[in-house]
Design a binder for this molecule. Structure first.
Ligand SMILES: [Zn+2]
Ligand SMILES: [Zn+2]
Length: 303
């Protein structure tokens, strides 16, 4: 089952050096989730050949412009290009009226409904759930209320051992029962244990998205052991004072968080416009947590 994230923007505050404000596209089993929507996100979706009408869910972490100024443009294009199915937006409450003003002023109501869900701001909560994934918020520490997102796969069913099932000619209708651990009984009464015909399921995977925040241990337990952690790393550590003043994290601190939380892999992004070359940020984080990668725009990371 596909579970991957494509980086659409990795810059903080302003677009610079071919880098753009924050946005990511998460694909879980061909369901598309947009995480933040900085200015120009729709251009990057076009550039990378991603059909934006396939996006049904949008999550906005907070209301600093570098995380949502691209939203009205994307929503407008969806309408102009004939969208009729609803879109579901999970965001701080104030965004609902901001969008309403923008849409009303345009004088052309959208052709599709927007289902808006206001994210509770001071407590972690489950905000989305379907048959295979749950999305829970992570309360971050920023200058304005801000939440990260934890995308957690649900437990999977056991995997059928095809050779055994085929050799016993078990009817197709019983396969889903075997996957759930229910034994198969044939016409003669012979019982075949589900555990002999299946293997352990793949472990559920987890993606954690943490932007923007000052370095904090308050959310450490929530991201413990995740398969992939995206964490902001706006500054190098020689600017740690500026980082804490502006409620951001340094590359070194992002590495420390990844190490303390024992995550499997760290992705850093949200880079300050002062850095043309990102290699020093990468090296700084890697010094603390080796399995770190830069969230380069256009790259897709498997989870
Ligand atoms: Zn930001
Ligand atoms: Zn911010």
């Amino acid at each position: 089952m596909r579970f991957e994230v494509t980086i659409l923007g990795n810059s903080s505050a302003t677009p610079v050096y071919d880098r753009n404000p924050t946005a990511q596209l998460l694909n879980h089993n061909e369901k598309f989730f947009l995480i933040d929507c900085g200015e120009g996100t729709q251009h990057r979706l076009l550039r990378y050949g991603i059909k934006y009408q396939r996006i049904d869910y949008i999550f906005i972490s907070h209301l600093h412009g570098d995380h949502y100024y691209g939203l009205i443009g994307l929503l407008s294009s969806m309408s102009l290009n004939g969208r009729v199915k609803p879109i579901f937006i999970y965001a701080p409450a104030a965004l609902e009226s901001i969008l309403a003003i923008q849409i009303e002023a345009g004088g052309t109501p959208f052709k599709y409904p927007i289902e808006f869900f206001a994210i509770p701001q001071n407590v972690s909560s489950v905000i989305f759930e379907n048959e295979s994934i749950v999305v829970e918020t992570i309360v971050l520490q920023h200058r304005v209320p801000c939440t990260g997102f934890l995308f957690k796969e649900k437990s999977k069913s056991r995997k059928v051992l095809k050779d055994k099932v085929t050799s016993l000619a078990i009817p197709t209708a019983y396969i889903s029962l075997l996957k759930r651990g229910i034994d198969y009984r044939d016409a003669s009464g012979q019982v075949y244990a589900a555990y002999d015909l299946t293997s352990e399921p793949d472990a559920p995977r987890v993606y954690a998205y943490c932007s923007d925040t000052v370095c904090s241990e308050s959310y450490l337990s929530q991201i413990e052991g995740v398969d992939l952690l995206y964490h902001e790393a706006t500054f190098m550590h020689d600017m740690v004072e500026r980082a804490s003043l502006t409620f951001h994290t340094t590359a070194q601190q992002a590495g420390e968080i990844a190490r303390k939380a024992k995550v499997k892999k760290l992705l850093i992004g949200h880079f300050s416009a002062r850095y043309k070359d990102l290699t020093p940020l990468h090296l700084e984080a890697k010094c603390v947590f080796e399995n770190t990668e830069l969230a380069q725009e256009g790259m897709t990371f498997s989870i």
